[in-house]
Design a protein around this ligand. Structure first.
Ligand code: ZN
Length: 341
């Protein structure tokens, strides 16, 4: 039977870890790396369940089985032997929190054979916090498994990185995300029934991260996402069609003028124009923004390659200028000028 059957994607990784669990060959510390919403916490919790699962040695059972008392307790986040630490409202994970956790590691398990210490936002541990954790990674107490979760290992000290094995979660394919959402989310089913590419738009925007897709499926986020996409599509249409400066300005100034909101529009705007550039050279390549390939192809055909690249560069320049605190009105005006040349 399968390993981590309820964890979607990253099949090679889940098979490898499942095999290590069954053979009792897990390392004492892992770093689970993946973008926001890619399922790091879910996977860490499932590893804890797999290690503690009463049917772990049973080749005929799924791992974790999800049904034994240990699995049930861990997967419903009620086990006193699974400890979570994250930064909460703080900008970083402070050294005191790690020292508290270290003291906890010295105690004996209360329910299970192994105790689990899951540190989320591990890349946001202060250097002092990482150094405090280092001795636990070097000399781990018996019966302790440490799982660090991070969007990127870049924020970790080399000494920490060298003492953990890295498990990288890969983005999940759009087909698997779709199948999963239709299985668990009534909102996804509703969007699918409504048609018009709405569910596909949510899935495209999530870029293979199931947690992000589920977040977009709350009605408020969903409406905001669809509105953003509409605005972005309007700017792209005006930009590639070579409209007059006045028309391009009208489209460009429909973008929000608040810095953070503008930033969050410039990401899909850049992805959209990137799609059109890529389609010129590689018609079958995966698209980041458009869900309707024919629509994207028609848009791409409207402009020549140099023009599309010019719009792409204008998007990148606008993104850099917004990040560098440039005046938003000036950024939008420069963008409109660059695009209408
Ligand atoms: Zn079980």
């Amino acid at each position: 039977m399968g390993c981590f059957p309820d964890f979607v994607g990253s099949d090679a990784l889940t098979a490898r870890i499942g095999d290590a669990v069954r053979r009792g060959r897990l390392s004492h510390a892992y770093l689970i790396e993946g973008p926001e919403g890619s399922g790091k916490r879910t996977f860490a919790t499932m590893i804890a369940a797999a290690v503690s699962c009463e049917r772990r040695g049973d080749e005929g059972a799924d791992l974790p089985c999800g049904a034994c008392p240990a699995c049930k307790k861990i997967l419903s986040l009620r086990s006193t032997d699974v400890h979570y630490l994250d930064r909460g409202d703080r900008a970083s994970v402070p050294v005191e929190a790690v020292r508290d956790l270290r003291r906890e590691m010295a105690l004996s398990p209360t329910e299970l054979d192994t105790r689990f210490f899951i540190i989320d936002d591990a890349d946001l541990m202060t250097p002092a916090a990482q150094n405090a954790l280092l001795i636990s990674l070097e000399e781990p107490p018996a019966g302790v498994l440490i799982l660090l979760l991070a969007t990127s290992s870049d924020g970790l000290l080399p000494t920490v990185r060298s003492r953990v094995q890295t498990l990288r979660l890969e983005p999940v394919s759009p087909d698997l995300v779709t199948a999963y959402l239709l299985r668990v989310s009534p909102e996804a089913k509703k969007l699918k029934a409504e048609g018009g590419g709405k569910l596909e738009a949510v899935i495209a925007a999530a870029h293979g991260r199931i947690g992000v897709a589920l977040e977009y499926l709350t009605p408020k986020r969903e409406a905001a996402l669809l509105k953003t996409r509409e605005t972005v599509a309007g700017v792209i249409r005006a930009a590639v069609a070579g409209n007059s400066y006045a028309e391009i300005c009208r489209a460009v100034f429909s973008l929000p003028t608040k810095r953070a909101e503008l930033s969050s529009h410039l990401v899909p705007l850049t992805e959209a124009i990137r799609d059109l550039v890529v389609l010129k050279r590689a018609p079958e390549s995966p698209l980041l923004f458009y869900v309707d390939r024919d629509e994207a192809k028609a848009l791409s055909d409207k402009a020549d390659y140099p023009r599309l690249v010019r719009v792409y560069d204008a998007c990148r320049d606008a993104t850099d200028a917004v990040q560098a605190n440039g005046n938003v009105q000036t950024v939008l005006t420069s963008f409109a000028v660059a695009v209408s040349r």
